[in-house]
Design a protein around this ligand. Structure first.
Ligand code: SD4
Length: 324
């Protein structure tokens, strides 16, 4: 008995799962489920770590990484460090559908998106500006500046003139999220009624990255991978480290060799941990029978949550896996 259609999503991105599920349950295509599911996260700025207005780079700009992979055709579309376009997942889909290429990056990916009819808009929000300002002054000024010093333009070491909306504790200071990663990518794997597997990711990457940095999320085999013959996988976590091991590809290959999804995800995570015991990350794997599993590392006592909905469930289910 197969549990397909099915969709699995990293973290607790419930709305994305519901959106994808609604497509799958009506007999829709897995690639559409992935595109729409990841897009809703971008629109709703899931957790501040997907879409516009999150993870500013060192210059304060938000850029987006996204990937979509079709396990039926083994076609891939991705964008890295996409600037000034909110809908990264859809741009990735356009790379897949309308080009013979796989990955477009930076300003030139923006140009492509515009040619495809997407419009430019700023990805900066008051929140992302405040985040950046806090980081900037912590790193460039007195260490405890944010805690106890009232801003005094004369004393600044940075470009105070840029600081309209300056977010000091006394007005609209927001605490930085310190648990978990400083970034939570959405990664999804879906199988539709026909048995077509698709996978994808979307993220605004790592906070305060060097401009130009892309993570694992837009890299096929790293952020996600799909193959109709086997299943799919997706990864989240310390992208700079994880992409060196192509954990999503590894998980799919492990399943191809007969591993269960849980074992496959564990093998992929362990491969990274062997070399980088302090890394933080998680992998979800799903096989073509609709069996899924996950593994994580470095989240401390916190379990890793992921969301599932398949044909046997009336409602999505949030599952968790312990990291040790
Ligand atoms: C990155 N892997 O850009 C992404 C971020 C992430 O959970 O997955 N966070 O490194």
């Amino acid at each position: 008995e197969q549990n397909t259609p099915i969709v699995v999503t990293t973290w607790n991105f419930v709305n994305s799962t519901i959106t994808a599920w609604n497509i799958l349950k009506q007999g829709g295509y897995s690639l559409d489920a992935i595109e729409r599911g990841t897009s809703i996260c971008e629109e709703q700025q899931c957790d501040g770590t997907v879409g516009f207005g999150g993870s500013p780079d060192e210059d304060g700009e938000t850029t987006l990484d996204a990937l979509i992979m079709d396990g039926r055709t083994m076609n891939v579309g991705a964008v890295g460090a996409l600037r000034r376009i909110k809908r990264a997942a859809s741009v990735a889909r356009h790379v897949l559908e309308h080009t013979k290429h796989s990955i477009l990056v930076g300003e030139l990916a923006t140009q492509f998106a515009e040619q495809m009819g997407f419009y430019e808009e700023s990805l900066t929000t008051p929140d992302s500006k405040r985040l950046w300002l806090r980081w900037y002054y912590r790193n460039h000024c007195q260490p405890n500046f944010w805690m106890d010093v009232t801003p005094d333009p004369g004393k600044f070491c940075g470009p105070y003139s840029k600081l309209e909306n300056f977010g000091h504790k006394s007005d609209n200071w927001i605490p930085m999220k310190i648990n978990r990663f400083n970034h939570d990518t959405i990664g999804m794997v879906a199988i539709d009624r026909k048995g077509d597997v698709a996978a994808g990711t979307s993220t605004n990457g790592a906070k305060f990255k060097i401009p130009g940095r892309i993570g694992d999320s837009p890299i096929p085999g790293a952020g996600a991978y799909a193959d109709n013959a086997v299943g799919g996988a997706t990864a989240t976590g310390d992208g700079d480290i994880m992409l060196r091991f192509l954990p999503s590809f590894l998980a799919v290959e492990e399943m191809r060799r007969g591993a269960t999804p849980t074992q496959a995800a564990r093998t992929a995570i362990n491969r990274v941990a062997t070399h980088y015991p302090d890394f933080m990350g998680a992998v979800i794997a799903l096989n073509i029978d609709g069996v899924y599993g996950a593994a994580c590392h470095g989240l401390g006592d916190e379990p890793f949550p992921f969301v599932v909905q398949d044909i046997t469930m009336n409602k999505y289910k949030i599952e968790t896996v312990n990291c040790s």
